[in-house]
Design a binder for this molecule. Structure first.
Ligand SMILES: [Zn+2]
Length: 322
């Protein structure tokens, strides 16, 4: 179902490695890739390419990077230990000696380092965890000047400013939901577990900065959906996992946001061009259309509740050719 909604709208997606068990080696990766391709075939989803990744952990070696790269991995994702879904076994110390040759090998072979940028330090509030990660980002960018780094799902003005000021080897992605939500929408009048994601949406000033960055036309800032579905039974439990299922609504939501900001002409660069360019990929050949035609987002898709469930959106996606 998740793949279905992703493949309907997107021609490519980074297949993130934070599964259980995690995708750590090229063998894990090839197995996962084959499984995704099998599902695509069964569901007759043509024209969708998963871009494969491995998870960078304290046990990753330069050899594992080389093998994964040779097998087609486009990126390695580093999660700080225990900050988000599937990040157990993540990195405890980004400066650790044994990781230096790993970063250096990624730099050498041209594998992108994707970061979930929240500090793994104990006792740090979720509201501060992203800002407190930035010293690590600066250090990585300075120590490995050719390493391409994507600071994913940026949620604060501070992180944006940091990425903006660093060299062009460093980019940031923004999700559709971080352009819409603030902390208030997660735990305001009522607590809404369906708005709970990591990094948690922050303040109005942060959301304003994110919107301005998204429409800026700066190629270092591009769309990353971070569509992360969890069963409704899990989202409405006493132990709510972080993640928002945004794939079915991401493009209509973005169109709405860009229209509100009077910047629809900047939408294509943000969603379709800058990211591909940063990853060194050709732009997609196919096109997807957006028409202004109100529709109400279903309350559920199977056992999942999508972002914006029950809300009326002004734009819808239409297929206009492959
Ligand atoms: Zn993440």
């Amino acid at each position: 179902l998740v793949l279905h909604f992703t493949a309907l709208v997107f021609a490519r997606a980074l297949a993130m490695p934070n599964l259980k068990p995690a995708i750590l080696t090229f063998k894990d990766m090839l197995r996962y890739q084959a499984a995704l391709e099998r599902v695509c075939q069964d569901m007759e989803l043509t024209g969708f390419w998963p871009l494969m990744t491995i998870k960078i952990t304290d046990d990753t070696t330069p050899e594992m990077i080389r093998m994964a790269h040779a097998a087609g991995a486009i990126a390695g994702k580093a999660y700080p230990a225990d900050v988000t879904t599937g990040s157990a076994g993540g990195i405890t110390d980004f400066y650790a000696d044994h990781l230096l040759p790993v970063y250096a090998t990624m730099e050498e072979v041209g594998m992108v380092l994707c970061l979930h940028g929240e500090t793994p330090e104990k006792g740090v509030s979720v509201l501060d965890a992203e800002a407190m990660f930035l010293t690590r980002l600066r250090w990585l960018a300075e120590t490995f000047p050719k390493l391409k780094i994507v600071f994913e799902h940026v949620s604060t003005q501070k992180a944006l400013r940091c990425v903006w000021d660093l060299p062009d080897t460093v980019a940031a992605t923004i999700t559709a939901h971080h352009l819409v939500l603030t902390f208030q929408d997660v735990i305001g009048a009522t607590l809404n577990p369906h708005h709970f994601c990591k990094p948690v949406p922050k303040m109005g000033t942060d959301r304003y900065a994110l919107r301005q960055a998204a429409i800026s036309g700066n190629p270092k800032i591009f769309f990353g959906s971070d569509s992360a579905p969890h069963l409704i039974s899990a989202k409405e439990s006493a132990d709510v996992p972080a993640g928002i299922f945004s794939a079915p609504v991401a493009l209509p939501v973005l169109a709405q946001v860009f229209e509100e900001e009077d910047a629809l002409d900047k939408l294509e660069g943000f969603t379709s061009e800058f990211g591909a360019k940063f990853y060194g990929l050709q732009p997609n050949i196919g096109t997807i259309g957006l028409v202004k035609e109100p529709w109400t987002v279903p309350e559920t898709y199977g056992q999942f509740r999508p972002f914006m469930a029950g809300e009326t959106l002004q734009w819808r996606t239409v297929e206009i050719g492959a």
